[in-house]
Write a protein of this length. Sequence first.
Length: 323
Amino acid sequence: MTRVLTGIQSTGVPHLGNILGAIRPAVQLSRADKHDAFLFIADMHAFTSVRDPQAIREHGHAVAAAWLACGLDVERVTFYRQSDVPEVTELTWYLGCMTPYPMLANAHSFKDKSDRLSEVNAGLFYYPVLMAADILLYDADIVPVGKDQKQHLEITRDIAAAFNRQYGEVLVVPEARIDAQVMIVPGTDGRKMSKSYDNVLNVFLPEKELKKQVMSIVTDSTPLEEPKDPDKDHVFALFKLLASEADTATMRDNYERGGYGYGHAKKELLGLLLDTFAQERQLFQELMEDRDLLEERLRVGAEKARTVAQATLRRVRQAGGYA
Ligand code: ADP
Ligand code: TRP
């Protein structure tokens, strides 16, 4: 069976854009798919920049809870946290010794920062090798990633091929599958929703705080009585993403008729978010309040992943002369 593997950055609580753009499609695909799917939280990559142990732990948990709350089936998908399978760091060493220095020096993720080299740690330089190990450790055939990760996949393939040239067919050379961005969820300021723009809606927040985020959506100053153009408004754009066709048509009417303010629309949007994600919100809370349960769910995946990891590492050690 073809093995599909991908990693998720653990950078905090996933927002509405992450849910609609990445989590939901992946969960749906994993239900329909007959592939052998591996999905992991890349929490060790975060160590290139995050120095707060509590943040490392919390971010990993929040990402795991969000995926589980959105219906990821841990029976179908091998779902684990990168740091729970430390074999990956051993493979990183062997692979690093097969990696030409210029290949890493030319990686965009490193090059972008090469004007401030004194701030760059070796981990950041080595990032693509850890990522190659993430993939090669599990004999992945296909790796779905965004465009920004294309170069890292090429590096992974080059490292695997170099290893195989030296030692025989030890590693599976993976194929990248570059995801076309299916949809772009706008943020509260109309730009792409992103944690780096501070414009997110976080549907896992308590209602009061989510309300504050919804109320902060930027609107124009058309007075309440006047008709409004729904297609120029961010509240409507977000509403449309989640509402039924009939409710979207009613909302469009409200805007065009006049006498309907942005405050009304925001209340409707908040209600829709709370309704749409009622179950996910509850599950997320449950998992975040019961960390033992959350750890237990992650342990199942780690065990499955570790079996595969150890078998690959045995092959690599043998090839290299360490067993
Ligand atoms: P952020 O921009 O908040 O840092 P990431 O780059 O970590 O988000 O993205 C994680 C995943 O979520 C990626 O698959 C990305 O394509 C998806 N994603 C992020 N923001 C959006 C958005 N506004 N609309 C749709 N998908 C998004
Ligand atoms: N570097 C990827 C990103 O920034 C995350 C990641 C780490 C990954 N290891 C991976 C993705 C292995 C695919 C396969 O999004």
